[in-house]
Design a protein around this ligand. Structure first.
Ligand SMILES: [Zn+2]
Length: 452
């Protein structure tokens, strides 16, 4: 079934030019991939991850069946299975670093080898250096984060996120994309985002061109026992508003242009909402205007702090009886993060939402360059100009429009030119430009700076 994002098509005559709003069809290849996401596969991965007893970062790495060592070897083995069918484009390894006991407040009390399981799907365009990342955390915790002995199932937190990573890798590793995708199951999240920090710092030091990080953490359960709310049609996307990085440098523009809602990560959140809802039926991506929840952290923050666009996906209603709890019955309540509390159909939709976004991004051209809005005279027309992206074949460009109070882009126009003039005053609207591939996949949106 085809689904279009903009059902109404409006024509506005201006200077003999037709401004037709764009109707976007699903890309058939991406639609096919989203259909291949399987609730049964996701369930099987989660049951397997739970079978390792505990995946605490400090747990055993010698036991072949129990602990974080066995768990990460299993993820590596899954990735290697996919790699064998990928014509050499997909490869996997465990990226390790040694953790040393810290001082007061440290959640590491012994020398520990930390390992992030990395699956790399190399882009087919050697000139294209862009990297898109999907992540989940393989480690978990009991009530005490230092308890590395007792059982910690961690089905939802965060075998759900890792299952989404593995399932996306299974399907996408059989296809070609111009840009590179990294599928990663990090470790050390509960110990203080240690695996994500290790990866983000390395990426920055080595100059990896990461354009987006989709972090999945707690996204496969549909209810909170406290309120009895059941919700399997919405998922939250958390994104920071003001950049944590180089705030001094960008603060002036934010104040003058009203850009407090157009940071990199917020822009990415807006993108994933539109594309995710285009490809997944009966799922709404709900933007939350904050970097994360109260009293909690997540791996995307390690990337945000290093200047990358990074967001967090989390289910609508978290169940605190099941998170970070020893498995037990107390006053008639079952505590513990067990697979029986999960909704695998909901997790299937959330995984398909991730996959459609990763695929659309990896198939898109790079972003347009030097996007500017003409600011040399008083006029109610606006003129945007830009240059072609550095890499990627371009069919044309989308010019995006939204009111200053709107959370999402409201109108989208298409042009093959490197400029666009239309009767929307720059005083009253926000604009952005996306490059569009020959198969209709749009890049991330770039907001214009004022220029002449
Ligand atoms: Zn988590």
């Amino acid at each position: 079934m085809r689904k279009t994002s903009f059902l109404c098509v409006a024509f506005i005559a201006m200077n003999m030019t037709l401004h037709a709003q764009v109707v976007i069809d699903r890309d058939a290849q991406i639609e096919q991939m989203t259909r291949e996401v399987s609730a049964d596969s996701l369930k099987a991965y989660i049951v397997k991850m739970v079978s390792f007893g505990t995946r605490n970062t400090l747990s055993t790495q010698q036991d072949p069946k129990r602990g974080i060592g066995a768990a990460r070897n299993w993820v590596l083995q899954k990735f290697n299975e996919f790699a064998r069918k990928s014509n050499g484009r997909f490869s996997a390894y465990i990226d390790t670093t040694t953790l040393f006991p810290g001082g007061r407040g440290s959640r590491v009390d012994s020398i520990t080898l930390l390992g992030n399981v990395m699956g790399i799907l190399k882009g087919t365009d050697t000139a294209d250096k862009r990297i898109f990342v999907i992540s989940g955390h393989l480690d978990n915790m009991r009530t005490s984060v230092m308890d590395r002995i007792g059982d910690a199932p961690g089905a939802n937190d965060d075998a759900s996120g890792c299952a989404a990573v593995i399932e996306s890798a299974r399907i996408m590793s059989q296809r070609n994309f111009p840009a590179t995708i990294i599928f990663v199951a990090v470790s050390g999240e509960e110990q203080g985002l240690l695996g994500a920090r290790f990866m983000a710092n390395k990426a920055k030091t080595e100059g990896w061109q990461i354009e987006a990080v989709l972090n999945n953490d707690i996204m496969g359960s549909n209810n909170s026992s406290e309120t009895n709310i059941i919700n399997n049609t919405q998922i939250r996307v958390f994104s920071e508003g003001l950049p944590a990085y180089e705030i001094e440098k960008v603060a002036r523009n934010i104040r003058q242009m009203g850009w407090e809602n157009d940071g990199k990560s917020r822009q990415l959140a807006r993108y994933v909402k539109e594309v995710g809802e285009r490809y997944v039926d009966n799922l709404e991506v709900v933007m939350i205007y904050r970097n994360d929840r109260f009293l909690r952290g997540g791996d995307h923050s390690a990337f945000v702090e290093n200047g990358y666009a990074a967001i967090r996906f989390t289910e609508m209603n978290e169940n605190y009886y099941h998170q970070h709890q020893d498995v037990r019955m107390e006053n008639g309540i079952q505590y513990g993060d067990l697979p029986e509390f999960m909704d695998f159909e909901y997790l299937r939709k959330n995984t398909a939402m991730n996959l459609s976004n990763l695929a659309n991004l990896a198939k898109s051209p790079a972003v347009p360059q030097e996007v500017k809005i003409e600011n040399s005279r008083l006029t109610n027309f606006s003129k945007l100009t830009w240059k072609a992206p550095v890499v990627g074949k371009v069919k044309g460009y989308y010019v995006l429009v939204r009111e200053t109070t709107s959370a999402v882009w409201q109108k989208k126009f298409f042009t093959k030119e490197l400029n666009y003039q239309f009767p929307y005053s720059k005083d009253n609207y926000f604009f952005a430009v996306q490059a569009v591939s020959e198969t209709g996949n749009e890049s991330l949106a770039i907001v214009p700076t004022a220029g002449r």
